[in-house]
Design a protein around this ligand. Structure first.
Ligand SMILES: [Zn+2]
Length: 256
C-alpha cells in the first residue's frame, strides 16, 4: 500500500480491485473472511533516445547464468559502467543431462539454450529470477541518475521451442521482466543478437576457453572479447551508437 501511494504521482497506474468474501458454515460460522486484492498496472514507458538513456543489456541465455552490462553514451563514445555476472546456484552434470533429455524433442535448437532454460525452471526458480531481475533494474536506475533507462533482455523467441515446459519458463521470464519494467518506468525490449559474428568486421569469431571465461577472437581484425559480451556490441550497432573500447573487462587469456 505504501509503495502504491509513494509512486502514485509519477504515472497513471491502472488499479483494479477485487473483493473476496469467504464464509465457512462448517468451521467458523460466526466469522466472515474478507480479502481485498489490489492489482496495480502501469503503462509501458515510451522508447527513450539511446544517446540520452542508461543502457542495460541482459543475457539470460548465457551458460554462466545471468549477465548484465550497464552503459551510456557520453557524447563521444559508449562508456561501460559495470559488467555483472550473476552465478546460478547450481549447474551440475545432472542438470545438463536433464536439459539434453528435454531438448531431444525439439530439433534444430542448440543444447545450451535448453540447458539455460532448464536451469531457470529447476534451480533458478521464478522467485529467484524476480529477485535478480529487480536487482538489475534497481542498479540500472542508480546508474541512470534520473535519465530514462532502456533494458534489452536477450532471450530466445518462444516459437523455436517445441517443449511446452521450457516455453512456459521462457514466457514467465519475459512476463516478470516486462511487469517489473513497467513498474519501475523502464523501457524493456526482448531482442536476440549474434554471439559468433565479429561486431567490427562481420567475420566469424573463434572461441577459446580459459579457466574463467570463454573468449572469442576475430582472426580478420583481432577483436577479442568475452563470449558473453559480444551480443551487446551488436545491440549498440543497431541503436546507431559508436562501439566502446574492447575488451569491456580484463581477459585472462593466452593464445596456445
Ligand atoms: Zn573482426
Amino acid at each position: 500500500m505504501n509503495e502504491v501511494e509513494k509512486k502514485g504521482g509519477e504515472a497513471a497506474p491502472k488499479v483494479s480491485k477485487t473483493i473476496r468474501i469467504q464464509w465457512r458454515e462448517d468451521r467458523n460460522p460466526e466469522a466472515l473472511k474478507v480479502q481485498i486484492v489490489l492489482r496495480v498496472e502501469r503503462p509501458r514507458p515510451p522508447q527513450p533516445d539511446p544517446r540520452e538513456a542508461l543502457l542495460c543489456y541482459v543475457d539470460v541465455n548465457s551458460s554462466y547464468g545471468v549477465v548484465a552490462i550497464f552503459a551510456s553514451f557520453d557524447g563521444q563514445r559508449v562508456k561501460v559502467h559495470e559488467t555483472l555476472k550473476l552465478k546460478p546456484p547450481n549447474r551440475g552434470r545432472r542438470l545438463r543431462e536433464a536439459a539434453n533429455r528435454k531438448g531431444a524433442a525439439s530439433q534444430g535448437v542448440k543444447n545450451n539454450i535448453h540447458f539455460a532454460l532448464a536451469r531457470l525452471s529447476e534451480r533458478f526458480n521464478s522467485k529467484g529470477w524476480v529477485k535478480r531481475a529487480a536487482e538489475i533494474f534497481k542498479k540500472a536506475l542508480a546508474y541512470a541518475r534520473g535519465r530514462s533507462v532502456w533494458i534489452n533482455f536477450d532471450v530466445p523467441p518462444a516459437h523455436i521451442l517445441r517443449n511446452s515446459h521450457l516455453r512456459r519458463t521462457l514466457l514467465s521470464v519475459k512476463r516478470v521482466a516486462r511487469n517489473l519494467g513497467n513498474w519501475y518506468g523502464i523501457y524493456a525490449t526482448f531482442e536476440c543478437y549474434p554471439s559468433h559474428k565479429c561486431p567490427l568486421c562481420g567475420g566469424e569469431l573463434e572461441r577459446f576457453k580459459t579457466r574463467r571465461t570463454r573468449v572469442e577472437k576475430c582472426e580478420k581484425c583481432g577483436f577479442l572479447e568475452d563470449h558473453d559480451y559480444t551480443p551487446f556490441y551488436w545491440w549498440l550497432k543497431k541503436l546507431g551508437l559508436p562501439l566502446p573500447r574492447w575488451p569491456l573487462g580484463s581477459l585472462s587469456y593466452k593464445q596456445g
